[in-house]
Structures are given as C-alpha cells and as structure tokens.
Ligand binder design. Sequence first.
Ligand code: HEC
Ligand code: HEC
Length: 280
Amino acid sequence: MKFKEKVLKFTFMLGCLSAYGQDSEPELVIANPNAMFIQQQRALPSAEVIGRGDDLYQVNCRLCHGPDLRGGDQGGPNLLRSEAVLNDIEGEVIGVAVLNGQGRMPSFDNFSNNDIAAIAGYIHSIKATSEGQGSTPPVDYDLDILVGDAAAGERYFNQECVGCHSVTGDLEGISSRIIDDYTMQNTWVAGGRRQAGQGGLLTRATVTLSGGELVEGRLLRYDDFFISLRTEDGSYRSFTRRGDSPTVELDDPLTRHRELWGELTDSNIHDVTAYLETIK
Ligand code: HEC
Ligand code: HEC
C-alpha cells in the first residue's frame, strides 16, 4: 500500500528559531501515518546522518543523558520523556539547549547546524523504536567498554595519532589522570573537554570586513547567514553573511578529531581506549 505523504506545519517560539538561526519554519514529514505515535510516524534522516548523530551523542551527551537516553551518571534528564525532544523536528528545539546550555548543562559552541540536526535525528531514531510514548526502546547497549584489544589500539595509535601526540610526551600517564573508562573514551574521541567555560580549546575565527578591518576572537556561532564571536577584550561581535562575504577564516585545533568521528569504527574506539588505559 502506498501512503500519501502528509506534511504538518509546526510553529515554534520565536526565541527558539532565532537562537538556532533558522530563517524558515521546519516541517514535520509523516512517513508512516499508520504508526501509533508521532515519533514512529515521522520521517527520519538517512542512516548515515543518524550514524553521525549517534557518534556525536556518544561523545558529547551520553555521560549525562545516558547510553539509552534515559539519563546518565552526570545527572542529565531522560530525553525520551523530554518535551523539548517531543517538540523538535530537525534540531531547532534540541539545538537551543545544546547551543545555549540549560541549567547545569553546559553550552556547546562548536556544533554546526548539520551536527545538531544529526544528533536530533539520532535521538528521534531511538524514540521511534519505543514501544510506547516515553518508554525505553528495546535496545541492548554494550555497557562494558573495556572490551578492546590494546595491541590493535597501539597499532592504530601509531598510525593515526602520533603525528600530534606521544604516550611519553603529552599523553604520558593519561590513565592515571583519567580514571573512569567512559571519561577516557570521551576525552580522547572528543580531543579533551572543550565546552565553553570549561577551559577547553576553542575555535578561533577571523572575519575580514569589506573595508579590510580584521575582527578576531573566539567563535560563538557560525552558519551560512551569521557569525558571532567574542574578541580578546571580551566584547561580542556579530555579522550577517551573504555568500562568502564577509570572509571568515576558522582555526579549529581539533579539526582532525572532528574528522575522526566520521572514520572511527566501534572496534577502533574500544581498541584505542584499551590501549590508553595501559598508559600509566
Ligand atoms: C554535563 C552534563 C550534560 C551534558 C554533557 C549534556 N547535557 Fe543536556 N542536560 C543536562 C541537564 C542537567 C539538563 C537539564 C537542565 C535543566 O533544565 O535544569 C539538560 C537538558 C537537556 C535538554 C532539554 C531537556 C528538556 O526537556 O528540557 C536537551 C534537549 C539536552 N539536554 C540535550 C543534550 C544534548 C543533545 C547533549 C550533547 C550534545 C547534551 N544535552 C549534553 C546535562 C547535560
Ligand atoms: C592533527 C593533530 C591531531 C591528531 C592526528 C590527533 N589529535 Fe588528539 N588532540 C589534538 C589537539 C590539538 C588536542 C587538544 C590538545 C590540548 O587540549 O592540549 C587533542 C587532544 C587529545 C586528547 C586529550 C588530551 C588531554 O590531555 O586531555 C587525547 C586523549 C587525544 N587527543 C587522543 C588522540 C588520539 C587517540 C588520536 C588518534 C586516534 C588523536 N588524538 C589524534 C590533535 C590531534
């Protein structure tokens, strides 16, 4: 049987839209109108996007929101019961919490709109497997992360990481410094803790205005239409963008780590974590 695609329009608080930098309302696309709940009816992004969102979630959100989204060790709430997640279509509501922070949740200033849409897609894909609204999806998660092969991890490290790191240099004694396995895994995959206000490394941006003036600072937000940054003297500057104007240059010291998120397999992650656990 063929389903006619139904499109529902949702409106959101203006605040949500402006915080996320959307200039049009997202549309909820219904792919399975016969399913029970909206979360099962809605169209999901491609498996590739969901996979990328999964990786981003595991690195940045899992510790607080849990491996199954029900809440985690560091006190994040259950996202399966979250009003924000329920109202979200493609990251425009979830993105407000992520970009601005909320209560004890830190803000993340290094996600693109595509990253946030991918994380949202992943969260919606898990919700879509729930048997009832707000219940836990029937998914088994591997809670033992120290299942890796340290020797394979060492080989991978010598191939992919020694260009920038050394286990007798900057990473010496890392397993004595980072005791918890999850934290170890999250730290190396992400390249350290880099949320705003936590002393992490942050992306620098240089904007060249049409008159030739350079404005330099720490990147706050960046998309096709807008860039904002905090300059050395603490002032906030923002610019609207049209095409390539004004020119923006970004210097993200963790570019390679971000690229790795798309390349790492589960076994790479387990193996390297097991290897780093041997670096006392
Ligand atoms: C350090 C812990 C921590 C991390 C890391 C974290 N969160 Fe949160 N998150 C929280 C807490 C605590 C709240 C509840 C904040 C409040 O309202 O007091 C929250 C709230 C939220 C909410 C709003 C829930 C609602 O219904 O109001 C969303 C959505 C969310 N987080 C998504 C994410 C995503 C996506 C990530 C990863 C990019 C993430 N969080 C990372 C702790 C965290
Ligand atoms: C192109 C350079 C580059 C490559 C390649 C690279 N990293 Fe990094 N990594 C960085 C930078 C830059 C930082 C941030 C350094 C800092 O905070 O002092 C970082 C941070 C880290 C941290 C956190 C360090 C700390 O002291 O908390 C770990 C662990 C780490 N990387 C592991 C790895 C592993 C494992 C690989 C290979 C799979 C890898 N990195 C590949 C550049 C790189």
